[in-house]
Design a protein around this ligand. Structure first.
Ligand SMILES: Cc1cc2nc3c(=O)[nH]c(=O)nc-3n(C[C@H](O)[C@H](O)[C@H](O)COP(=O)(O)OP(=O)(O)OC[C@H]3O[C@@H](n4cnc5c(N)ncnc54)[C@H](O)[C@@H]3O)c2cc1C
Length: 471
């Protein structure tokens, strides 16, 4: 039983959201004790770094690990422990010690489910049978080590990557850098469908081809074949010999514990309110496991990125400990580096905005990021999505060798502030020739968008002259 007078908070999962939930809970309430239950046998690690170990940029997987120190009387970690059951009526958890096999019961006053997501496999012949024997996920250190080992030992030196999101493309580039022939395939044509409209996706497809990757977007894999291990795949009727397949077709929220607890759950995740609390009082959920809502208009949304996970963790930790914090929703702000390109986006694509009923228009442009006289200049491709009724900004997509990420971050702030194209045109940005343009590509894009959307310039609300004080 919990100590008399001391609040017991239990967090399931030591990922980004669980860690930040624990920090916020301890900062909010000096009289609480946090227990983190984690089934892994080691502390925290950064999944986002996995492709860069495979590529060889980061020397080994241990570099991705970092330890979270216990604090006596405040923070206890139970590593190699798995939560297997929840009884919300008695506010207890059934926990299995994975090293000894023993079972124990943990009591809680507030519970935070931060137990992440599970990689999805395709329902095609051979995909399940060859898992671990040539078919790999890239979700944790174990499976990513398998990819690296297979790449280094590959006799055919040929890999097939399935998926057109950030993980698939990052791994495809990593394997190419390791000297393998790489085929990348997905059933639908454009890459990053959640983040980019097809015309921006086309730039990425072209760049992958430039990198020597065999791009088969729009074809899709039909089967994985082999005897003891993978020997080939079938893509649109063509048999392609290979000895490794990386499945990067997405993840699904790990909702089993929430279901056991009787929380409302959808296919997209555990339903939470703006305090990150589930439908069961005293049980919060955060990170990849939840379905939240858009920051733009509160329509249901999921994000499954570290950036939303840690922020949701902060909100849940604060509220679980008796504080009062609000989660404002996701913008889907996203960044990846594929080959030479930063690829970034925030808010809605044109397709998403239109399907939600906005009178959305998209305007694209390509501009040099520095003045023409500067060396090491390059282009940034920008695409803004805005509502033609009032010019409200709904999204930005950016691709470039430099400067795509910060421009998207700036638009993320603009969108969350409800700014219009006019507001952006009026904004003051920094400028110095080695870094940017005086009339930045952002202004150039917004100017074109204002014209295309036929939005009149705004007259000043009032005319005033600042008073001049005599010294
Ligand atoms: C290869 C890769 C690259 C990525 N790159 C980026 C990126 O560049 N930028 C970005 O923002 N995001 C990126 N992400 C996504 C990001 O890593 C996740 O969104 C984030 O880790 C989610 O955090 P989380 O705390 O919800 O879940 P996780 O970090 O998955 O943590 C969940 C934890 O719960 C534990 N657990 C599960 N069930 C139980 C149980 N029953 N009992 C005890 N413990 C349990 C798991 O072992 C796990 O440690 C990437 C992900 C991957 C895999």
């Amino acid at each position: 039983m919990p100590d008399e007078g001391r609040m017991e908070i239990v967090i399931v999962g030591l990922g980004a959201s669980g860690l930040y939930a624990s920090r916020s809970a301890l900062n909010t309430n000096r009289n609480c004790h946090v227990t983190i239950v984690e089934k892994r046998d080691f502390d925290q690690f950064s999944p986002c770094g996995l492709p860069f170990v495979i590529e060889g940029i980061v020397p080994d997987f241990d570099h991705l690990k970092h330890s979270v120190p216990e604090v006596k009387g405040k923070l206890t970690k139970l590593l190699s422990h798995e939560v297997v059951g929840i009884d919300p009526a008695s506010r207890t958890l059934d926990v299995k010690d994975l090293s000894s096999g023993e079972s124990k019961v943990l009591a809680y006053d507030a519970l935070i489910l931060s137990n992440g997501s599970i990689p999805v496999n395709l329902p095609i012949p051979g995909a399940k049978e060859f898992l671990g024997r040539g078919v790999h996920f890239c979700s944790d250190i174990d499976d990513s080590s398998g990819i690296l080992r297979a790449a280094l030992a590959s006799s055919r030196k040929k890999a097939v990557v399935v998926g057109g999101g950030a993980i698939g493309l990052e791994v495809a580039v990593a394997l190419r850098e390791r000297g393998l022939d790489v085929v990348i395939t997905k059933r639908t044509p454009p890459p990053f469908p959640r983040n980019l409209d097809p015309e921006m996706g086309k730039l990425i497809t072209d760049h992958l081809i430039e990198l020597g990757i065999d791009v088969r977007f729009g074809q899709g894999i039909d089967a994985v074949n082999g005897a003891d291990s993978v020997e080939s795949v079938v893509i649109q009727g063509e048999t392609i010999p290979c000895d490794m397949v990386v499945m990067a077709v997405g993840t699904r929220p790990n909702t089993r514990l929430a279901e056991l607890a009787g929380c409302d759950v959808t296919r997209e995740g555990v339903v939470v309110d703006n305090r990150m609390e589930t439908s069961v009082k005293g049980i919060f959920a955060t990170g990849d496991v939840v379905r939240t809502y858009s920051r733009i208009d509160r329509t249901p949304a999921t994000m499954q990125l570290a950036t939303s996970a840690f922020r949701q963790g902060m909100v849940a930790g604060t509220n679980a400990a008796g504080g009062n914090a609000e989660y404002k929703g996701v913008l889907n702000t996203f960044l990846t580096k594929i080959g030479k390109f930063e690829i970034a986006s925030t808010g809605y694509t044109l397709e998403q905005a239109t399907s939600l009923g906005y009178q959305a228009k998209a305007v694209s442009t390509k501009k040099e990021i520095k003045p023409h006289y500067m060396p090491d200049n390059s282009d940034v491709h920008l695409r803004v999505v805005a509502d033609e009724r009032d010019g409200r900004v709904l999204g930005l997509q950016a691709i470039g060798e430099q400067g795509a990420g910060w421009r998207v971050n700036l638009f993320a702030l603009a969108i969350q502030a409800g700014m219009t194209l006019h507001d952006l045109m009026d904004s003051e940005l920094s400028y110095n020739p080695p870094v940017s343009q005086m009339y930045d590509p952002i202004y150039q894009l917004v100017e074109i968008a204002l014209k295309r959307l036929r939005l009149e310039p705004k007259a000043p609300a009032e005319v005033f002259l600042p008073s001049v004080k005599e010294a």
